[in-house]
Design a binder for this molecule. Structure first.
Ligand code: 13P
Length: 254
C-alpha cells in the first residue's frame, strides 16, 4: 500500500509541557519506532518539549491549529513559522471543534491550508457531517462542499502534501464510532471528490484518515478497509498505553 498507514493522536486541550514529555517517555518503545507514521498533535506549549522528548524516535510532533497570516497584529494567534521552529512538522486544520466552537469557515480553513503548505507544515484537513446532516442524508453533499472549498485551487505538488481526515461529528467523543463499512463508504466518496478536482492519480496518493471514538479494539477493522489509511484519535490518545496499543494494532494490519 503506497499511501502507508498513519496513527495520529490529537490531545486537544490536554497535557502540560511536563506531562507531554512524560507521556512520550511512557510510550511503548515499539510504538515509538514503528514503521507506520505515528503523529502527535499537542497543545502549543507542549510542541517544543514533545519534539525534544521525541528525538531519536520515529514520532512526529505537530499542532492543532494556526493562523493564516505569516505574521501580524493578531493578538493571541500563532503562525506556522513559529510552530515549525518549535518543532512542529504538521498541523490539524478545520477540526469540527474549531468550526463549531470558534466559527471557522471553509474559506478561512482554505487560507490556513495555503499558509501551512507555504511555510512548511503538512496540513491534516478535517471534514465530516453532523448527526442531523447524516439523518437528512446530506453526508455526501457536506463532504463534497467541504472538500471543494477547503482544497480548491491548490497546485498539484501542494495537494500531494495534504492528508484528509474524515471525522463524522456524531462520532467524536461519543463512544459511537462509525462502523468500518460506513467509514469506508465516506472515505471512498472523499477520494472520488479529490479525483474530480485533481485527477485519479493524485486522489490515489492522498492518505484519508478516520476519526471519531477510535479504540484499540476498533482500529484494526477500520484500517483493513481499502480507503482508510489510518486514524485520528482523540480521547484514546491521552493514555500512552492505550495509544501504544492502537499503534501496534495498526502496524499489524498491512
Ligand atoms: P475522539 O477519539 O475522542 O472521539 O476524538 C476524535 C477527534 O476529534 C480527533 O481529532
Amino acid at each position: 500500500m503506497s499511501r502507508g498507514i498513519y496513527v495520529v493522536g490529537n490531545w486537544k486541550m490536554y497535557k502540560t509541557a511536563q506531562q507531554a514529555a512524560d507521556y512520550i517517555d511512557e510510550l511503548d518503545p515499539a510504538a515509538k519506532t514503528s514503521s507506520i507514521s505515528v503523529y502527535l498533535a499537542v497543545p502549543f506549549t507542549s510542541i517544543h518539549p514533545a519534539a525534544r522528548a521525541a528525538k531519536g524516535t520515529h514520532l512526529v510532533v505537530g499542532a492543532q491549529n494556526m493562523n493564516d497570516a505569516q505574521e501580524g497584529a493578531f493578538t493571541g494567534e500563532i503562525a506556522a513559522l513559529m510552530l515549525k521552529e518549535a518543532g512542529a512538522e504538521f498541523v490539524i486544520l478545520g477540526h469540527s471543534e474549531r468550526r463549531r466552537l470558534f466559527g471557522e469557515t471553509d474559506a478561512f480553513i482554505h487560507k490556513k491550508i495555503q499558509r501551512a503548505l507555504k511555510d512548511g507544515l503538512r496540513p491534516i484537513v478535517c471534514v465530516g457531517e453532523d448527526a442531523q446532516e447524516r439523518e437528512e442524508r446530506l453526508t455526501e453533499d457536506v463532504l463534497k462542499k467541504q472538500i471543494a472549498e477547503c482544497l480548491a485551487s491548490l497546485d498539484e505538488e501542494s495537494m500531494k502534501q495534504v492528508v484528509l481526515a474524515y471525522e463524522p461529528v456524531w462520532a467524536i467523543g461519543t463512544g459511537k464510532s462509525a462502523t468500518a463499512e460506513i467509514a469506508e463508504s465516506a472515505h471512498a466518496f472523499c477520494r472520488q471528490c479529490i479525483a474530480e478536482l485533481y485527477g485519479e492519480e493524485t486522489a490515489e496518493l492522498i492518505p484519508i484518515l478516520y476519526g471519531g471514538s477510535v479504540k484499540p479494539d476498533t482500529v484494526t477493522h477500520l484500517i483493513e478497509q481499502p480507503d482508510i489509511d489510518g486514524v485520528l484519535v482523540g480521547g484514546a490518545s491521552l493514555d500512552p498505553k492505550t495509544f501504544s496499543e492502537i499503534v501496534l494494532n495498526s502496524e499489524s494490519v498491512k
